[in-house]
Design a protein around this ligand. Sequence first.
Ligand SMILES: O=C[C@H](O)COP(=O)(O)O
Length: 249
Amino acid sequence: MQQYIVGNWKMNGTRAEATGLAKGFTQKLLEADRPLPYIILCPSHPYLDLVHALIKNTPILLGAQDCHHKEHGAFTGDVCAQQLVDVGVHYVLLGHSERRHGHLESDTLVQNKVKTALTQKLHTIVCVGENKEERTSGKAIATVISQIENSLPSDAKAELLLIAYEPVWAIGTGLTPTLEDIERMHGAIRHTLSQRFSGGGVIPILYGGSVTASNAKNILSLPHVNGVLVGGASLKLDDFWSIIEASTE
Ligand SMILES: O=C[C@H](O)COP(=O)(O)O
C-alpha cells in the first residue's frame, strides 16, 4: 500500500509562511528521484485556497482540519464539507484530540461529521487515541477501539476512510510509544476494521504524535503503519521532506 504523509499545520503560520512551505514542497517534488507517498497538506482554513492554487498541478493533495456535521446553515464561524470540496479539498481530519478536548467533541458528533464528509466524497481521516491515564491503566487499546466503533458510521465506505492513531500524550511532547506498542495498537485497529467493514482490511492506518525526521523511518517501517500524521515537523520544510523520504514503497 502506498503510504500517506499528512502535514497538519494546525493554527499556525501566516499567508507568507503558507506560501513558502507550499512552494518549497512543490520545488522538492521537482527534484525528487524516487516514488513518493501520498502527500497531504492541511493548512488552516483561511489558507486552503492559497495552498490549493500553489499545489494544484502537483501530486500534493489538500486537506482540511475539520468540518461541521451539518450540510449548511446558520452556524457562525463554521465550515461545511461542501465548501471544502468547493475550494479543492480532498481530505479532512475529523475527531482530532485537540478538538475532542477530552470528550467535548463526542464520538457521536465525530460520527455525524464523518457521515457529512463522506456524503461529499471527502477522504476522511478519523483521529483516535488514548490519554496518559488510559495508557498507564492498561486501557489504551480498549479506549481506541471504542472510539473507532463509535466514531465510524456502520455503513461508511471503506475506500474513503483512513484512521490516524494519535496517543494524546504523544502529541507535541516529544514522547512516542515504543515501536512494539505502536505495532500492537495498529494490529488491534486493523483487526477491528477488518471485522466491522467489508473492505476494512484496506483502510489505511496512520500514526501521529511527535513524528520527526529522526524517528519516521522506524515508525514507517512497521507492517501495520500505512503513514504518519505530522504536526510540528510539518511546518519545517526540510524535516517534513525527510519524513516523506522515510516512507516505504
Ligand atoms: O495532527 C498531528 C498531531 O497532533 C501530531 O502533532 P505533533 O507531530 O506536533 O506531535
